[in-house]
Each structure stands twice: as C-alpha cells, then as structure tokens.
Design a binder for this molecule. Structure first.
Ligand code: SF4
Length: 453
C-alpha cells in the first residue's frame, strides 16, 4: 500500500449531533480498500453442467436460495438503475415458458442437490415480477416446488409494484406456493409518486396492499427518504398512512441514491424535478422516521428492515448477505456458489438461445471478491450487522483486537454505538444505523491493513 494509516484515520467526529456530524461527507458508494486489493482469479472451471453438480454439493450445510429474475418493467421509473426491458404484449407467456424449461433443465443437472439439499428461500426479483400474468407466474412457482426440495419453512417472495398487482394474482400465487409479497411503494404521497414515474395514487396503493394482505401472505414494502421535493412531514405522513391505513407486515427504509445520468438525475439537471434534499436534511429524515416507526409499534429487525409481526422474517435478504448458495434463474440474474459469482445472460435474445439449447444461460462465472472475503471478518461483520450490532471483539482477527477496542470506544464516545442491552458487545444507535455503510467500510479497511497506534 505504501502507507500505514493511523487509528485516528478511522475515528468519527465528536459532536453533539452524530446523526449529521459523525463523518465529514455524505456516504459515498466507494469501493473499500479491502475489495480493491483483491483481483478475482480467472475462472477455469468449465461449464455449469461440468462444475455445478459437484460445486453445489461442496458445502451442503450452507443455506440454499433460488433467485428468479424478471427483467421487464411497464416503464422506466425515473430513479431506478435496474430497468432493462420494456414489458411487451405476450412477454409473460414467452418468458414464463423459458423459465419453466430452465428450471427443469437446472434441476436435472443438479439432481444430487435436489435430492440432498433443501431450499430455504425463493425470491422473484426484477424488474417487475408482478407484471407476469396470474397463471404464468403460478406455473413457475409450482415448477420450483415440483423440481426442488423446498423447506416447509421456506420464505417465497414475489416482488412487484402496486400497479397491476391484483388481489386475484396474490391469491393464486399463494395457492401456488408463495408466502410473501414485496412492493416498491417508495412514497405514499400521490404527487411525489407521479414525479417518480409511479402512476397509482395513495388510495390505490392502500387498496392494493390490503387486497394482497387478504391472501394470507406477508406483505412488505420499500419506503424511501431523500426523494426530490420530500421533507420530514411528508415522510412522516407516509409512515402514518401505511401504519394506520394498511395491514402490511413490514417495510424496508432506504435512502434514494441518484445515479449519474439516470432519468432522475437528468430531470433534476434540466429543472424538471425539485432538487434532492441536502445531506443533513436526509440524516434528519432518517432520524425522524426511525423514531416514528418505533412509535407505530414496528420492530427494528435488520439494518434496513422493520416489521410489525414475528411472521415477517425478511429471510432472503438476510441470507443474501451471508454464505448462502444461490441458484440464479431468468435473464440478468445473479447467483452465488461459495466463492464463485454466477450471472445469467443480460441480453434477452442470448438468454433465450441458451435456454432453448438446453444450456444453463450463464454469461459470468467468476471468483467473487465479495465472496472471497466472506470467510473471515467481513462474514462476522455481516452477521453481527444483521443483528443490529458489531461483532464481539473476540471474533476480530487476533492482531486487531487491542486496536479494535480503542476504535469501538471512540465510536461509542462519538454516539454511534452503545452497550447492548444483553451485555454482548455493542449495538448501533440511530446515528450508527444512518452511518452503517460507512462503519462497515471502515471496519473492512481497518482489518485489511496494518494500522499504526
Ligand atoms: S423501480 Fe422497479 S418497476 Fe420501476 S424501473 Fe425499476 S425495476 Fe422497473
């Protein structure tokens, strides 16, 4: 590296307002030092049919998840970086029939996995999986249940958006084997929703959510803060509305990330959309939402997730951050197999050709730097963070324990950590959660290089 950082390089600022002041700048999605130091080794392991059966049996004790991607959307929401294909007439039948073939072929290649490993979670993500027709999606859900050994406790989530996600679809998909629906609501403010490209009104959102709740599935939503033109009263009114007027089981609270050159970024640049709230305002929004969700009886369950009942587990999201084997299906899907990252063909024509030829439609097989470092401290970090705390000092690499104690004591003094109520290690405070991405990156860097002091 050529330099040896001081421990004070990792310290937070001491202030009376850690939520807005703990670090100098806005949280940025910069790659961590630890990740930059690792180059993914070149993949020399052959095709999926050659490496898949043995590799998926190498660590059968790991959780197993199935991820199905549906990369189609009715239109491009202004803030979204995940849009790939426009939903076209007849897409549902054609895409579902490709998924059905891919599921059967994959299960055939992974016969031993099917016999010996049970699936803990299935997730339909997108794109907009809820745009699939009722019977097409039901057939795909059933095929996964028929072809793989799905644990009776498995969480089976279908993601979607409120427009077109009818109660009738929800009922049919629960009958087919789904038990959780996750909807990207983002805001319940009708005017703000329209600016984001969301066409349904607040009342339509409420009706859709309650209609889906009647299916018996756990219904959860995404809410965002830091939206253009949004202020604290608007955000708190969203929380009031979804708490008082809907029966949802939980929600994820996210900060809007405005990606350069996204439709949202361009609209703001052209003056067609209000500016994004200032960073300090976003921090205060987070703090206000955090307190209000407690007031409404939500339990803070994982860093971004809140729930209203114990049935809601957010299992897939919690597994996705850990050492979970994940089999991808569909176009533009991501999967994982220990230290190997898997990605399916993003281009729908290539995906179609490969599936029709009977091949697993992988376009990317690589040792994942993300996975490589998960065997050690960052794995402990993921697990601890999911429990709303930092890893006990006994789980740190031995040579970092003394300096680690010093660092944690400083972060506690800065208002980011508190002694946990069960006496085991340190919990994150509200400010600690706001800065949790920054803390995670700092800790990954801290144990990646020798630190002076
Ligand atoms: S937010 Fe969802 S529906 Fe909108 S463009 Fe992105 S993936 Fe599609």
């Amino acid at each position: 590296m050529g330099f040896k950082p001081e421990i004070s390089d990792f310290y937070a600022r001491l202030s009376s307002d850690p939520l807005t002041m703990a670090f100098a700048e806005e949280k940025k999605a910069m790659p961590s030092l630890a990740r930059m130091q690792r180059q993914p080794p070149e993949w020399k392991g052959g095709s999926f049919a050659e490496f898949g059966p043995e590799a998926f049996m190498a660590r059968p004790e790991r959780p197993l998840a199935l991820y199905v991607h549906v990369p189609f959307c009715h239109h491009h929401c202004t803030f979204c970086p995940f849009y790939i294909n426009q939903t076209k007439k007849d897409f549902s039948k054609e895409y579902a029939s490709l998924l059905l073939k891919e599921i059967v072929d994959t299960a055939h290649v992974l016969r031993e996995v099917v016999d010996k490993r049970s699936v803990d979670a299935i997730y339909f993500g997108g794109g907009t999986p809820s745009d699939l027709d009722r019977d097409d999606m039901a057939a795909v859900i059933r095929a996964l249940h028929d072809c793989f050994r799905i644990s009776p406790e498995a969480e089976v989530t279908v993601e979607g958006r409120t427009t077109g996600f009818t109660a009738e679809k929800g009922k049919a998909w629960v009958e087919a084997g789904a038990n959780r629906f996750s909807l990207g609501v983002q805001s319940a403010n009708t005017a703000l929703r329209k600016k984001l490209g969301r066409i349904s009104s607040r009342e339509e959102v409420g009706e859709t959510l309650n209609g889906l709740c009647e299916s018996g599935a756990s219904v959860v939503i995404d809410l965002m803060y830091g939206l253009p033109g949004q202020d604290i009263p608007m955000l708190l009114d969203d929380i009031r509305y979804i708490s008082e007027e809907t029966d949802i089981a939980g929600l994820d609270l996210y900060e809007l990330r405005c990606f350069p050159d996204s439709p949202l970024d361009k609209a703001i640049q052209r003056g067609k959309m209000p500016m994004l709230p200032e960073f300090h305002e976003k921090a205060r929004m987070f703090g206000a939402a955090y307190a209000r969700l407690y007031d409404y009886g939500f339990e803070h369950f994982s860093p971004k997730h809140w729930r209203r009942n114990r049935r809601e587990r957010s299992l897939y999201n919690r597994l996705a951050g850990r050492q979970t084997d994940m089999i991808p299906f569909g176009s533009a899907a991501g999967g994982r197999l220990g230290t190997i990252g898997l990605g399916t063909a993003r281009d729908i024509a290539s995906y179609t050709e490969m599936v029709e030829r009977g091949e697993k439609p992988l376009s990317r097989i690589a040792f994942s730097p993300l996975s490589v470092d998960r065997g050690g401290f960052s794995h402990e970090l993921d697990i601890a963070m999911e429990s709303l705390r930092l890893p006990d000092i006994g789980k740190w690499p031995v040579s970092y324990r003394e300096s680690g104690k010093k660092l944690l004591a400083q972060w506690k003094e800065a208002g980011l950590l508190a002694d946990s109520s069960d006496g085991k290690g340190m919990s994150l405070t509200c400010a600690g959660f706001f800065w949790s991405d920054r803390l995670k990156k700092l800790l990954a860097d801290f144990v990646a290089v020798p630190v002076a002091g």
